[in-house]
Design a protein around this ligand. Structure first.
Ligand SMILES: Nc1ncnc2c1ncn2[C@@H]1O[C@H](COP(=O)(O)OP(=O)(O)OP(=O)(O)O)[C@@H](O)[C@H]1O
Ligand SMILES: [Mg+2]
Length: 268
C-alpha cells in the first residue's frame, strides 16, 4: 500500500542537542497533529526551551530530524521556518520598548514574506498602501487577542499581562500554521492565565496548531489535547491530560524537583 499523506503538523524524531558535556535534549521524539494544543511540560532545566530553539531553527540539533507539515526542515534558519508557517514567542519578553504596540505586531508581519518587500521596492505607490494595510492588520490582531484598549499605546506604557498578549499578537502576525508558546502564562494572575487559555483554544479552533510550554498546570491540564513530559532532555511520558495526571513517573519527577508543581499536576 502506498504511504498516506504525512498529516503531522510537527514531527520531532530522535532529536538531541549537546552543550559541551550536557545533553540538554536527549533523543526526543514527538508528533503533533494539526489543529491541536500540544503541551510540553517538565521541571526547570528539562530541555523545553532548548527543544523550542531546535524546532524554530535557533539551534541545530546534534542529531535527529525536525519535520514541519511533512517537510524535513532540520537545520533551516528561523527566517526560512517563518516562511513555512512557524512562529513563536519567548520565555522572556522580547518586546521593543521604544516602539508602539502596533509597531511591535508589525515586526511579526514583516517576517511573512519577501514578496511584499520586493513589490514594495519595485512598485511605486505600493509601499504606502502596504504600510496602511499592515497597520490595519496589526490593529485587528491586537483586538483579536484582547488588546483593544492598547491600540494607540506605546509598548513601554503597557502592563506585563498585556505585553504577554502582545507577543502572541506579533507571533500571529506572520499568519503561522504552527505556533510555539514558551510560558505564555508565566507571571500572570489566575484570571489572566485562564483567559490566555481561552485565547489559545480560539487560535487552535482557527486551525493554528499550538505547542505550549508552561508550568501553570491548571492551564496545561485545561487547554491541552495532548501532553509530553520532558525530564533531563528525555521524553518521560506522552499522552492525554488524564493519562499524564495518572502517570506515577510524572508525579515522581515533579516531586523530586518542584513540590508545588507536583501538587498542581495531581490536583489540576
Ligand atoms: N545555550 C546554552 N548553552 C549551554 N547550556 C544551555 C544552553 N541553553 C540551555 N542550556 C542548558 O540546557 C538545559 C535545559 O535548559 P532549558 O532552558 O531548555 O530548560 P527548560 O526546560 O526550558 O527550563 P525552564 O522551565 O526553567 O525554562 C539546562 O541545563 C540549561 O542550563
Ligand atoms: Mg524554558
Amino acid at each position: 500500500m502506498a504511504p498516506g499523506p504525512d498529516l503531522t503538523a510537527l514531527s520531532v524524531r530522535g532529536v538531541s542537542r549537546r552543550f559541551g558535556g550536557l545533553v540538554a535534549v536527549d533523543n526526543a521524539s514527538l508528533d503533533v497533529a494539526p489543529g491541536v494544543v500540544q503541551a510540553i511540560i517538565g521541571p526547570n532545566g528539562a530541555g523545553k526551551t532548548t527543544l523550542f530553539n531546535l524546532i524554530s531553527g535557533l539551534y541545530r540539533p546534534t542529531q535527529g530530524e525536525v519535520r514541519l507539515l511533512g517537510e524535513d526542515v532540520t537545520g533551516l534558519p528561523p527566517s526560512a521556518l517563518a516562511r513555512r508557517g512557524l512562529s513563536r514567542t519567548f520565555q522572556n519578553l522580547q518586546i521593543f520598548f521604544n516602539m508602539t504596540a502596533v509597531e511591535n505586531v508589525m515586526v511579526g508581519a514583516h517576517l511573512r514574506s519577501d514578496a511584499r518587500l520586493w513589490s514594495a521596492i519595485f512598485r511605486p505607490g505600493a509601499r504606502a498602501r502596504q504600510e496602511r494595510e499592515a497597520i490595519r492588520d496589526a490593529r485587528r490582531l491586537m483586538e483579536e487577542v484582547g488588546l483593544g484598549a492598547y491600540l494607540d499605546a506605546d509598548a513601554a506604557a503597557m502592563p506585563y499581562g498585556a505585553l504577554k498578549r502582545l507577543e502572541i499578537a506579533r507571533a500571529l502576525a506572520s499568519r503561522p500554521k504552527l505556533l510555539l508558546l514558551d510560558e505564555p502564562a508565566a507571571g500572570l494572575t489566575p484570571p489572566e492565565a485562564r483567559s490566555i487559555g481561552t485565547l489559545m483554544r480560539r487560535i487552535a479552533a482557527d486551525g493554528v496548531t499550538i505547542v505550549l510550554v508552561e508550568h501553570n498546570m491548571r492551564l496545561v491540564m485545561g487547554v491541552s489535547d495532548r501532553i509530553v513530559v520532558l525530564d533531563r532532555g528525555r521524553v518521560l511520558a506522552d499522552g492525554r491530560a488524564d493519562e499524564i495526571r495518572a502517570n506515577s513517573d510524572v508525579a515522581r519527577v515533579y516531586l523530586g524537583k518542584r513540590m508545588r508543581t507536583a501538587r498542581a499536576v495531581v490536583h489540576a
